[in-house]
Design a protein around this ligand. Structure first.
Ligand SMILES: Nc1ncnc2c1ncn2[C@@H]1O[C@H](COP(=O)(O)OP(=O)(O)O)[C@@H](O)[C@H]1O
Ligand SMILES: [Mg+2]
Length: 274
């Protein structure tokens, strides 16, 4: 499949930045996790991917990023087929990925982590460092600090910045708010929205369905490896089929909201705690 990729010269007008077309993929022989998944992200969009645990959300991002065997369908980046390309090629072509776990090098400093993000074009380091520290000014102040000594929320900022170093055409985020306190979750959503406003097309997988739908332009509900519903964030928030199917998640979110943040710690202007 990858061979067909290199020679592909399809150009279409109003091309999505990223498109997965009827994607079928899985880990074990004979077991498909993605069952015909079609997702588009157009230039400048913030796309949310929600759905129950095990629906295949992480698998979708991993499949885009060349980490899961693709058995059917195709992936397109700005009109070029990128199906089954390896991660290093995808990064060079403009796909940035922030996995849910182990997304920073803990023994390296913040600055070294960012260098790792752009090792393919080290000459661009200064220019890109300036871009990411405009979004995350606290990273510049603490550039020599070891990433392993940072809080979960801070590590998430470093991981997103690392992926942004290559100036990606599309940024894939797997549950950036997972494991964070409600306050830090809110902050993370604000940061993702800022990254998007800075012109980066984002595809964000989220377990916090309500918050995700509130900030994204459009979203897809994944169910058993298929895009079951799609619409604007607002449409899906008001779609009884979606709220019914995911009432558990949405109700739990509402519950958490009523109870207020679990921590009394207020968000700092910079997003970092002292
Ligand atoms: N490395 C793997 N090997 C085999 N099965 C896997 C692997 N990773 C995930 N799965 C299975 O794929 C399904 C979808 O998982 P995942 O994409 O992580 O779901 P989600 O992110 O929506 O919670 C689950 O049934 C999970 O057990
Ligand atoms: Mg997942």
């Amino acid at each position: 499949m990858a061979q067909a990729v290199a020679s592909s010269t399809v150009t279409r007008t109003d091309e999505p930045v990223l498109r997965t077309d009827d994607l079928v993929a899985g880990y074990l022989p004979g077991v498909n996790i993605l069952n015909g998944c079609t997702v588009d992200a157009y230039d400048g969009e913030l796309i949310g991917i929600i759905g129950p645990n095990g629906a295949g959300k992480s698998t979708l991002l991993k499949a885009i990023f060349g980490q899961v065997r693709i058995r059917g369908g195709a992936i397109w980046l700005k009109g070029e087929e990128i199906t089954s390309l390896k991660a290093d090629k995808l990064v060079a072509k403009g796909v940035g990925m922030v996995p849910q776990n182990n997304n920073v090098f803990p023994s390296l400093s913040i600055e070294e982590n960012l260098e790792m993000g752009i090792f393919q074009s080290p000459k661009k380091f200064a220019e890109r460092f300036e871009f990411v520290t405009t979004l995350f000014p606290e990273l510049e102040k603490r550039r020599r600090q070891r990433a392993g000594s940072l809080s979960g929320g801070e590590r998430q900022m470093v991981a997103m910045s690392r992926a942004l170093m290559m100036d990606p055409s599309v940024l894939l985020l797997d549950e950036p708010s997972a494991g964070l306190s409600p306050v830090r979750q809110d902050e993370t959503f604000l940061r993702v929205a800022e990254i998007n406003r800075a012109g980066v097309t984002v595809i964000m997988v989220e377990q916090n369905a309500r918050r995700c739908l509130q900030i994204c332009h459009r979203a897809y509900v994944l169910d058993q490896g298929k895009d079951a519903y799609t619409g604007t964030g607002r449409e899906l928030l008001n779609d009884p089929r979606v709220t019914e199917l995911y009432l558990g998640t949405l109700a739990a979110d509402e519950d958490a909201k009523r109870k207020g943040p679990a921590t009394a710690e207020p968000p700092t202007a910079s997003g970092f705690t002292a």
